[in-house]
Structures are given as C-alpha cells and as structure tokens.
Design a protein around this ligand. Sequence first.
Ligand code: AKB
Length: 344
Amino acid sequence: MTVNNPKTILITGANGEVGHGLIEKLGKLRTKEIKKIIALDLNDLDPILNDKVDVFVKGNVTDRDLLSDVFSKYNIDTVYHLAAVLSTTGEKNPELAHEVNVGGTFNLLSIANQVASKENRVIKFIFPSTIAVYGIPSLKLKAQNPKVKENEFLNPITMYGVNKLYCENLGRYFSSYYQSLNTDHRPLLLDFRCVRFPGLISAETIPTGGTSDYAPEMLHAAAKGKKFECFVRPDSKIHFMAMPDAIDALIQLTKIPENKLSGRVYNIAGFSVSAKEIEKMVKKHFPKSDISYKVNPERQKIIDSWSEDVDDCLAVKDWAWKAEYDFKKAFEKYLIPAIKNKYK
Ligand code: AKB
C-alpha cells in the first residue's frame, strides 16, 4: 500500500466560501506539502484563485464521466468535497439539492473508492458536514440541550440536512463496510473524514443560499454602510465559527493519522451567540449601522431546529481540536480589521 507524498488534491466547489479559504491556505503549501491542486467548480474559477491552483476543471459533480476522467488523469490522493447546495436554496429546490448533495457525493465517493482499490493506495476524502443534520423539535428542548453530541437529535428538517446526514453515512460505509459480503473482499482504502461545520463567517466572502447567512450578511452590510433586515428573531441562537478556524479544522483533520481517529464524523465548536449579540458586536465596530428585524418564518424554523452549540469533546480528544477564535477575538482580531481593509 502506498501513500503519495507530497499530495495531489482535488477541491470541488472551489469558488465557494470554504473553497476560497482552503485554496488560499493550501496554495501556500504548494511545492512543500502539496504537489498539485486541482480545483473543480460549476462556474469559471474566481480569478483571485487562478495562480493558486494548478489545474481548473469547469464542471458539475453530478457528471460522473467528468469526475472519472479527472481521477484517471491525475494521481489524486486527497479530496475536499465542498460542492453543495445549502439549506435555504435546498428548500427552494429540494430535487436539485438532492441531485447535487447526494448524487455528487456518491459519484465522488464511489470513484475514489474504485481508484483506491484498483491502484492499492489510500485516498483521503474530507467532507464538510453541518449542524443542519440536527433537528431539535422545540425551543424548549433546544434550551435544555445546549451542547449536542454527534449522535443526538439527528432528525434534520431541511433537504440539505437530510442529504448531509446520509452522505456522512455513505462515507462511513465506503470506508468501513463496502462489499463486506464479497468473497474476495479487499482491505478498504478510502479514508473518509468529516467535520460538522456551524455557521461560518468570513471577512473575504459572503455566503449564498444558507440560513446562517444572517450573521455574515449583517456584518458585511454594516461594513459597506448598507441597511440590513435580519430574517430571524433577535434571540435566535446557533453557533458560528470564523473562517480561518474552519479551514484549520479541515487541514488538521486531514493530517491526523487514521489510527488516532475514534470516529469519522466530528462536531467542532466555535462560539454560540444570538442574532442580537451579533448586532451589538457589529454596532460596536460600525456604530452607524442600520439593523432591523423582519422574520421569515420558514428560515426561522430552520434556525430554531439547529443546535445552539455542540459538544466537541471527541475532536478535542482525538486531534486536540480547539478553535483559535472566540466571539470577541473573531471580531476584533480577524473580521473587523480584514473587513475594514476590504471595503476601505
Ligand atoms: C447553511 O446555513 O445552510 C450553512 C450551514 C450551517 O451548513 N451555512
């Protein structure tokens, strides 16, 4: 069994928020730890990323032939499968969400698994899941269970959450059980690992199609001197993470030896805050910001069903996970300086 070193990496959904952050970070490791970065996206690559990737492939993760072609051309040993239709867009078009989120993930897992088995080498498959896999039935239960464990409340109410939960299990299946009844059952070489991201806040990019988007949208609107109407109640509480921590989590999880992992799906905690607390923090730094509330009942229902915070002791124990940024530090040391610079 061989593991290539340095790495040849495939990143799907390269133009997305996490794609931007990951390519920026991994781009700096090129030549040392990384041989080649292959980026894939539905749309032309954001020009800002052009010189950080070696190969760009324009295409859809639902196109199995295209993905097979990419795997046969390049000696890929690590996949970051970021392409997804997020929760709000998914509720507007659940069929599309299923096709991309489940169909695309199945294609990649199954092709990566075939290649790993045929070439007798390990392929790591890093998958961002989400707190949307949780579905807490009432605000009372949400308040009573502020820190949800990986195996609790797994009754998602969005297509996106349903898709991600299923794909976590697909990843586990391909890594641990694939064709277990086959008589010539071979060792499984697909190494699937997954983190459940909370709402992410980046200073560089603005998300599209998610439901936790009110937090980054509020901040970016204030920085641009624009009004913002928040679509959830001020007391709505979920947890968030600064983008650099999200990127670090993916990279840390990739590097940890497989025998140190007691599971394949990990909660990771950032900071748990209400929309009102975010508003206050935004106003502290942009005192002229104009923020009001007009609740969208459907999006509110989604946020109410997501956990307020998570118990991440498994990630802490297995790979010493710790977010660098708490709420205050995320704003003071990362978001505010970077965003002021961006819109100056
Ligand atoms: C969304 O809001 O859909 C995403 C998520 C929490 O996974 N940001």
